[in-house]
Design a protein around this ligand. Sequence first.
Ligand code: DGL
Length: 267
Amino acid sequence: MSNTSPIGIFDSGIGGLSIAKEIRKLLPAEDLLYYADSAYCPYGDKPAKIIKQRVFTVGDFLLTRGAKLLVVACNTASIISLDDLRQHYQVPVVGVEPAVKPAVAATKTGTIGVLATGVSLSGNRFSTLVKRFCLQTKVVTQPCPGLVELVESGQFNSPQAEKLLFTYLKPLLKHNIDTIVLGCTHYPFLRPLIQKITSEDIQIIDTGEAVARQTVRVLTKMNLANKQNKLGQELFFTSGKVKIVEPVVQLLWGDYTLKINVSKTFP
Ligand code: DGL
């Protein structure tokens, strides 16, 4: 492992690209390995034991390909397994959690909404976040089954996505919320629809940029940043079907590279 080794990023599917894109913006010289664990997506309806098995399988895969740092670009996987991953691996591990703290700082009405998977919302890490930061703030949570699958199939703007989002946002909007946290890395790709349903007055907060900044901090602190004067490359891997995953990756990552290669892996 050296400064020129790649950064390993993974998610249950392609949602973590919302974080990978921010990492690419801040760290243009880094090589990135992205693993979409699409054969096991969504994590949000799986028992914790299965999610833990998967994150270690994927983590091992990325480390055998030389990753110098792991980014768990999935709230669900981070909430279930971040402590275990940090204990187990020698490389630094950056995780993601719903942006409750910035939402508390931003709210004027004193009520925030959090959209996430059921697993994330019922995890200890999430309740600790709420206890720590929401002393004066009311938090209304909403699990959103079905949204991840729509994003995975490239339906960011479909009537189905709009209908499902409306079902989830309607109960939230009955409360006096002015800020919504996107507590799942798939949801930023639904942001235009969410904003359309909620109106412009509601602020929407996600964690992509904050995780990218944290990745920069960790690399700098550990003297692991790639200082070469060149543009980094991306390699995409999936445990799912390349035929389904590749076009969606192409759609979401297209601004950065023209040709996307997604390789099938079997771990
Ligand atoms: N992107 C994952 C997250 O942030 C999606 C979870 C899932 O696969 O259900 O939680």
